[in-house]
Structure formats: structure tokens, C-alpha cells
Ligand binder design. Structure first.
Ligand code: BV8
Ligand code: ZN
Length: 249
């Protein structure tokens, strides 16, 4: 796909030294992981409030865990795609020039880290973390299949839950502060592969724009953020992101 990106955009990319990026499920779509909304989305025939809320989990932990176990299984075999790799390369390029890239993700699949990104802020937690609802013990656990569904804590036999943020739950305070600080201090804010419908993540674009950062969106379709950004690029993140960093010398 010939992506003739505007010169002023390529200029901003090569000049920027403080970059913040917000990614959503669309960035992992080309790794074979389903997005939430839109055709074929995870929530197309599932009830969001049954699967991604504490109430849904309390009502039916087994059902919620079957959904997360299925998503973990998909993510286990997924490989980072060109979009993930481009962001990792951009972070490294900047680190050699005294710059920084803060990668804020709503994804819980761990593919940014697998691609080599170091500075990753997991706003909605991680599907690889299991947290005990009784003693609070957290551990990274990529076991598949899980020994039992729902899984139990090895210490206290309490019910384990996915270490993700559900609707109505606070985001991890440290992650939220890091993300807000990144948005407040960046010169360039790129939002990629998100429908821009979930807050406070989606609000970070506005935080960046308000302080004068140049803002770019990469998405297959228009979103509520498209009118708020300086450049709204239509296409696959696996093609757009590598084209953006091709501007770096
Ligand atoms: C909070 C769990 C405050 C992890 C997720 C009314 C009632 C209750 C709450 C609210 C309300 N109104 C607003 C709220 C707040 C609520 C919210 O925003 N609701 C929305 C739906 C209206 N937010 C919260 O509840 C948050 N917490 O606010 O707490 C609080 C205050 C005090 C006290 C207590 C609490 C918590 C939000 C986190 C929810 N958890 N998931 C998991 O299972 O993964 S959110 C869920 O949606 C996922 O995490 C996902 O990351 C997130 C966003 O989805 P996207 O990543 O954008 O994916 P989506 O499928 O939507 O879009 C994909 C996009 O990619 C599309 O645009 C598509 O075009 C594009 N695309 C596809 N392929 C490609 C592509 N683009 C480029 N290339 C491609 N190849
Ligand atoms: Zn426990």
C-alpha cells in the first residue's frame, strides 16, 4: 500500500523527541487477535457487562474465565506484527538521541513487550496476571490450559481473577499517572487501533492536544477521535506505523 504521508507529518515525526503512543485492540488485529467492537468483534455476540465487569465475574466466574482462557490461548500463539515492531524500533531510535517514547496500551496481550518495547504502560492491566480475590497475591502466569476453571490461589485457595481492569473499576493508579504525565509532556501523540470509546484512555488524546502536542491517529475507520487529531490516517496499523518511522533517518 503506497502511503504517501504528508511531508509536514514526516517532518514532525523526525523532529519529535518526546513521543506518547496510545494503542488499542486494532494494533493486535494483524496478529490474529479479535478486536472488541466492529465486525467479528469479541463483543459482537457477548454481553460486555457479563464478561468485563466485577458484577459479571461475581455472578459467573466460570463463564468469565472461559472467555479469558480462550483469549489467553489466542494470545499465546500470536506474534507481534509490523505495527508492534515499528513502535519498539521508534522507542529505541529515540533512546539513542536522548528522546523517549511512552507506549500506553489498552491491550492486555503483552505483544508490545514481546516486540521489544520497554516503556509500556498497561492501562487496563494484563491478561497474563492472575490476582487472588481473597489474599490479593498477584503473579504472572502464562499457563495454558489452566489447571482448573476458575483457577484457585496456591496460597489460600481463594478465587483467582484476571489481572485486568473491568468496567467500573479504577485503573491502576501508577499506570494512570504515568499515562497522563506522558500525554501532558509529549510533543507528538499517536493513537492507533482504538475505537476511542473507553475512558479515561480515550481522553489522553485531548490531554496531549490541549498542551500543544501534534496528534496523529492510525485506524481502519473514523472514530470519535478523528476530528480531534491533526492527522487522521486511514489504514492498517501494520502498514501505517512502519511508514511513519521510515521518516526517521
Ligand atoms: C473507570 C478489560 C472510573 C480488559 C476493558 C457509564 C457507566 C459505567 C462506566 C462508564 C460510563 N460511562 C463511561 C464510563 C467509564 C467506562 C467507559 O469508558 N465506558 C465506555 C464503554 C462508555 N470506563 C471504565 O469503567 C474504566 N474505569 O472509568 O473507572 C471509576 C471512578 C471512580 C470509582 C470507580 C471507577 C475502566 C475501563 C477499562 C475497561 N476494561 N477491558 C480486557 O478484557 O481486555 S475495556 C476494553 O475496551 C478493552 O480493554 C479495550 O482495550 C478497550 C477499548 O477497546 P479498543 O482497544 O479500542 O478496541 P475496539 O475493538 O473497541 O476498537 C478496535 C479499533 O481498531 C477499531 O476502531 C477498528 O477500526 C480498529 N482496527 C481494527 N483493525 C485495525 C484497526 N486499526 C488499525 N489497523 C488495524 N489492522
Ligand atoms: Zn490467595
Amino acid at each position: 500500500m503506497d502511503l504517501s504521508l504528508p511531508n509536514d507529518l514526516l517532518q514532525r515525526i523526525s523532529e519529535a523527541r518526546r513521543v506518547a503512543v496510545l494503542t488499542g485492540a486494532g494494533v493486535s488485529a494483524e496478529s490474529g487477535l479479535s478486536t472488541f467492537r466492529g465486525p467479528g468483534g469479541l463483543w459482537e455476540n457477548q454481553d460486555l457487562m457479563e464478561l468485563a465487569t466485577p458484577q459479571g465475574f461475581a455472578r459467573d466466574p466460570k463463564k468469565v474465565w472461559e472467555w479469558y482462557a480462550w483469549r489467553r490461548e489466542q494470545a499465546l500463539v500470536a506474534q507481534p506484527n509490523a505495527g508492534h515492531l515499528a513502535l519498539a524500533r521508534w522507542e529505541e531510535w529515540l533512546s539513542h538521541r536522548g528522546g523517549r517514547l511512552d507506549l500506553i496500551t489498552q491491550n492486555v496481550d503483552g505483544l508490545h513487550q514481546a516486540a521489544g518495547s520497554k516503556n509500556v504502560i498497561e492501562l487496563h492491566g494484563s491478561g497474563w496476571v492472575l490476582r487472588c480475590t481473597r489474599c490479593g497475591r498477584e503473579r504472572l502466569d502464562r499457563t495454558h490450559p489452566l489447571p482448573e476453571i476458575p483457577p484457585r490461589c496456591g496460597e489460600c485457595q481463594g478465587l483467582l481473577r484476571p489481572g485486568v481492569v473491568w468496567f467500573g473499576e479504577m485503573l491502576p493508579p501508577a499506570a494512570l499517572v504515568s499515562a497522563q504525565t506522558a500525554a501532558e509532556n509529549c510533543e507528538l501523540f499517536l493513537v492507533a487501533g482504538t475505537s476511542g470509546t473507553v475512558y479515561p484512555a480515550a481522553g489522553l488524546v485531548e490531554v496531549a492536544a490541549r498542551q500543544g502536542a501534534a496528534t496523529i491517529e492510525a485506524n481502519l475507520e473514523p472514530t470519535p477521535l478523528s476530528d480531534a487529531v491533526d492527522w487522521s490516517l486511514r489504514g492498517r496499523s501494520g502498514e501505517i506505523l512502519p511508514s511513519l518511522i521510515a521518516a526517521l533517518d
